[in-house]
Design a protein around this ligand. Structure first.
Ligand code: GDP
Ligand code: IMO
Ligand code: MG
Length: 423
């Protein structure tokens, strides 16, 4: 059988966790392929809200297998806290959560290095979640990293020490004022390492290959969003992994010709958390209203998310890079009540009108060009069929479909699992 992908098309937090949970009943396996605890994927059902960080969003379905692929970076401390949080839900974690031996480990010193690097950057900081993501991927590509499988080696502690000592020298090099107690952090780390070793480690590429041969269906769950991709995002204000479709191939060991559907998920507007350019950002009361109604605060850091109008130039770029076959539009309910809505269809770039994403989208180069759309007033949160939706919203959706040349197949009208309309 084949693999389907679900990817965020903007700057993350599009609602991936909610939709993976909704789609899980159709799949045998849900697999994360990149990112790590910088992700915060929210699921809501039966009146409970869950935020998952490294664990795939299929974990609450009793029949699905959940895999953490080789492309993911794992912090044993954060990970074990996440597992503990799931204990009361009686999930058979041991049999239903499998971890790739090739996934890289986030050490306490990776987290410290992240903080030191950001502090040293000053105003130019990335706005990282400070979970150690950048330094861990740097050690991976620099061929210094420690992997899940290494935890089983007798000399793991020595390997750890060599790397941590090097990190300490690098932290000093940054020459910033940082207080930390490494001994305490290491105790916590090694305690978590002992715990995590009780879970099942697998050669995930082999497992997935065999599962496909047996006719199993797989949904790969992206983290972050396409505009945070290390190659195609708004570099350097990006994360350190490939968040786009290709990342699923390298992050799971799946060949490109096994990928079938690519589900691209986006909010009916745009948000961004952290630094970096954002052409359609709103600095007025409209932006504040969207942030308030949409509860736009980071699921990981609690930071306020910057809000703005839908940017079809950026979205079209993400659709192209990922080969999106179906679009899922989230949070349409948040836009209810505005008389008019703006949608960016072009940029004025160095004086010229363009409809593609240029190399540099800093405010001094790019000015968004908008078309206005009629807003809708109705409360969407109780609606269950596409027919019920207000005609202005249907026009908004049809406009997006026409511009992006991809159909919108799901319209989400609230955070709960049930607030999901199939078109
Ligand atoms: P993810 O990182 O892509 O999984 O998204 P996050 O969980 O970080 O952020 C999405 C937020 O929007 C969460 O708080 C969700 O509960 C919420 N959410 C998802 N879909 C909808 C929707 O259609 N309407 C509203 N109002 N909230 C939604
Ligand atoms: P999910 O999966 C939104 C942002 C950070 C920062 C930049 C780099 O929940 O959509 P990093 O910690 O990776 O070094 O941060 O990327 N960022 C996210 N923004 N959603 C995420 O994940 C994010 N993961 C990282 O805010 O700007
Ligand atoms: Mg999130």
């Amino acid at each position: 059988m084949t693999v389907d992908l679900l990817l965020g098309l903007q700057w993350g937090d599009e609602g991936k966790g909610k939709i993976v949970d909704v789609l899980t009943s159709k799949y045998d396996i849900i697999a994360r392929f990149q990112g790590g605890p910088n992700a915060g994927h929210t699921l809501e059902f039966d009146g409970i809200k869950h935020v998952l960080r490294t664990i795939p969003s299929g974990i609450f379905h009793k029949d699905a297998i959940n895999i953490i692929g080789n492309g993911v970076v794992i912090d044993p401390v954060v990970f074990m806290k996440e597992i503990e949080g799931l204990e009361k839900f009686n999930i058979d974690i041991y049999n239903r959560l499998l971890i790739s031996r090739k996934a890289h480990l986030i050490l306490p010193t990776h987290r410290l290095l992240d903080a030191a690097s950001e502090a040293a950057k000053g105003k130019a900081k990335i706005g990282s979640t400070l979970k150690g993501i950048g330094p861990t991927y740097m050690d991976k590509t620099g061929r210094n990293g420690l992997r899940v499988g290494d935890m089983e080696l007798v000399d793991f502690k020595e390997r750890y020490r060599t790397l941590a000592d090097k990190h300490e020298a690098m932290i000093k090099f940054h020459d910033v004022d940082m207080q930390y107690n490494l001994k305490e952090l290491e105790e916590e780390f090694f305690a978590a390492v002992e715990q995590i070793k009780k879970l099942q480690f697998i050669d995930s590429e082999e497992y997935i290959h065999n599962a496909l041969k047996e006719g199993k269906t797989i949904l790969a769950e992206g983290a972050q969003g396409s505009l945070l991709d290390i190659d195609f995002g708004t570099y350097p204000f990006v994360t350190s992994s490939n968040t786009t479709a290709a990342g699923a191939c390298t992050g799971l060991g799946v060949a490109p010709n096994r990928v079938k559907n690519v589900f691209g998920i986006f909010k009916a507007y745009t948000t961004r958390v952290g630094s970096g350019p954002f052409p359609t950002e709103l600095f007025d009361e409209v932006g504040a209203e969207i942030a308030k109604v949409g509860r736009e605060f980071g699921a990981v850091t609690g930071r306020a998310r910057r809000c703005g109008w839908l940017d079809l130039v950026a979205l079209k770029y993400a659709v192209q890079v990922n080969g999106v076959t179906e679009l899922y539009m989230m949070k349409g309910d948040v836009l209810s009540g505005f008389d008019t809505l703006k949608v960016c269809t072009k940029y004025k770039y160095n004086g010229q009108e363009i409809d593609h994403l240029p190399f540099n989208i800093e405010p001094e180069n790019v000015e968004p060009i908008y078309v206005e759309k009629k807003g809708w007033k109705a409360d969407l949160t109780g609606m269950t069929t596409y027919e019920e939706l207000p005609s202005e919203l249907k026009e908004y959706i049809e406009f997006i479909e026409k511009e992006l040349e991809v159909p919108v197949k799901i319209v989400s009208v609230g955070p709960d699992r049930t607030q999901t309309i199939l078109k």
